[in-house]
Design a protein around this ligand. Sequence first.
Ligand code: NDP
Length: 272
Amino acid sequence: MDRYCVFGNPIAHSKSPEIHAAYAAQTGQQLSYERRLAPVDGFAQAVREFIAEGGKGANVTLPFKLDAHKLADALTMRAQAAGAVNTLVFGPDGIIGDNTDGAGLVADIVRNAGVPIAGKRVLMLGAGGAARGAVLPILEERPAALVIANRTVATAEALVQQFAALAGEGVLSSSGFESLQGSFDIVINATSASLNAALPPIPAAVFHQGTLALDMMYGKEPTVFMHFAAEHGATVRDGLGMLIEQAAEAFYGWRGVRPDTSALLVQMRSKL
Ligand code: NDP
């Protein structure tokens, strides 16, 4: 049976084994998928051991996404753009590093929420790893504007510089939180502020009636960002759909079969 795993530290909380077991059952794929706790300074060794045991691929979560990027023998374009890797494929050509987080985000917005990105004004809050991985997949959908706002504005500006050549004239720009101008059709919270129940200090006017506001964090209760957005007319969504979709994209990369995500999203929501 082909073997896969997720590396992280800590890892006990990971929902990936449950998600991939559901995808394997649904698509009739014979595989096993386990959690692997790697030492903080021992990621490469842990991967090599798994390959020696016959591992075919792996997911990578905190704090190893940059280590995985370094370890890979080759990178997909989206992993290069993201500067981080969340999916590894082990094959005859060595270790291939991919990043499915951004594709998962876009799939959740476009397919699950039914909101096209094409022609829309999009605001992304945050410029860390998750935001960086999302920029290329969002630009590929051809938004009218993508504004990256961050607490440290220089980091947002660096992202704009990195991706400027791939965006149309005037599409991509950076901002601080308080200085944001105008309203947006889609607002994505890619900051980790929600982990501490904090809210980036954005003007309420970034939302209009029907704005889609998505927080990458997920949990049983809506985040402070989701509460704030809903109070100002937005339709809100958390990051559970993104999580399930990035896993589907990894599963497709490994097995060549695209699982249906809709039933799993409902099932996992009920278990949060
Ligand atoms: P990083 O640590 O790489 O980046 C954190 C970002 O949040 C930075 O832009 C940082 O700004 C900003 N930030 C942190 N604290 C605050 C605050 N109090 N107020 C305003 N901005 C703040 O984290 P990641 O990019 O890896 O993760 C971001 C979020 O996305 C996390 O909540 C994570 O759980 C979630 N995530 C969800 C996924 C899913 O599948 N649903 C997948 C990946 C991530 P600065 O640059 O100024 O420090």
